[in-house]
Design a protein around this ligand. Structure first.
Ligand SMILES: [Ca+2]
Length: 353
């Protein structure tokens, strides 16, 4: 081996050693979702619920007040083996169902998933039993062992309520004190980077989105509109997923067999696994500022080091393929062990004994 190739070999080894490894430790997750007007929330919930070793799904809060959103969240959790994970929902509850009055291309899925896959802590007709989201945050955070990652893939009202909360039966700490003690990272799908005007910040109550982002003291990582827009997923799940799978059904009801952008799936993937091989930070310092109209702008302040926005480190096609693989694997993982073993055999060429 020539000296330069030895050096090349050593550098390769060094590089491999320095690459961030996917974490195998358990992460505590709370997901805050507007499971209603887009189906990527449903896919993201499935990824979190079926992650084999890396997440503890402590609670799901729904920030859109439709009773069907809460019931669908409960149904999805139950289907993927989390029948007792508590669900909170914003009040007052409504009977709203999604109608695509803009493009007429998309269909409603929340009520259908809630009805056909009824289960968990909120079976069909029992949306009123859902937790108050702020109470649920406070109870779960107070009782959590180790840090909790909060993932926001919708509107920010519930988190604004948590920030405003005061001592109660769950904890003697105020909202900000409880966050400082227990939340290790807040991951937000919202905004556009370095600046823009994105739905999750303006679509419900922009001043409350501004309240959360501008006042949160701990670490925040943002997943922007541009990150997931061209990463399409769902087609493989619809084509190759198990017939009785609720997320396959949701994608079919919603998209009519076309892939969707993957904003919430990428956000949950980062929350569970960190940067891994798929993501990098788009900045080294600075912070996000949200205006009261919901627009956002990155402020280049080099004294602030605990806020980042994400960029893809792989191509959009590679990210799509990885999400499709995970959706399919998650869907099949709960059907039966035999199916998984058959898939493993087929993919790894293990001969039948
Ligand atoms: Ca969402």
């Amino acid at each position: 081996m020539a000296p330069h190739s030895i050096m090349h070999h050593l550098l390769t080894l060094l590089t491999l050693t320095l690459l961030p490894r996917p974490t195998t430790s358990h992460k505590n997750l709370i997901i805050d979702t507007d499971l209603f007007s887009d189906v990527d929330d449903a896919g993201a919930l499935m990824l979190a619920a079926t992650s084999p070793t890396t997440s503890h799904l402590l609670a799901v809060n729904v920030n859109y007040p439709s009773r069907y959103s809460a019931l669908a969240a409960s149904a999805i959790l139950a289907h993927y083996g989390h029948p007792s994970t508590p669900v909170g929902v914003a009040r007052p509850l409504t009977d709203a169902t999604f109608f695509d009055a803009w493009s007429f291309a998309l269909g409603e899925y929340a009520s259908k998933v809630a009805f056909h896959f009824s289960g968990g802590t909120l079976p069909w007709g029992r949306a009123e039993d859902a937790w108050d989201p702020v109470g649920l945050y406070r109870r779960v955070l107070a009782g959590a062992e180790g840090g909790v990652t909060v993932v926001s893939i919708g509107f920010l009202e519930n988190l604004s309520g948590l920030l405003n909360s005061t001592a109660d039966e769950h904890s003697s700490l105020s909202g900000p004190e409880l966050i400082a003690a227990k939340v290790s990272e807040l991951v937000i799908m919202g905004g556009e980077y370095p600046s823009g005007y994105e739905y999750n910040f303006w679509g419900s109550n922009a001043s409350l989105a501004a309240h959360v982002v501008n006042n949160w003291k701990g670490r925040i990582v943002f997943s922007g509109y541009e990150l997931g827009l061209d990463v399409m997923s769902g087609a493989r799940l619809m084509a190759e997923g198990p017939p009785g799978d609720p997320i396959r059904a949701a994608y079919t009801y919603y998209t009519y067999n076309t892939s969707r952008p993957s904003w919430d799936l990428l956000t949950v993937l980062y929350a569970m696994h960190g940067l891994g091989d798929m993501f990098e930070y788009g900045n080294t310092f600075g912070y996000n500022r949200v205006a009261t109209d919901g627009s956002n702008e990155w402020v280049d302040d080099d004294s602030v080091r605990n806020q980042h926005w994400l960029r893809l480190k792989v191509t959009k096609d590679e990210a799509s393929a990885e999400l499709d693989r995970r959706l399919l694997e998650g869907a099949w993982s709960v059907v039966n062990k035999t199916a998984s073993i058959e898939q493993d055999r087929a993919s790894s060429q293990i001969p039948d004994l």
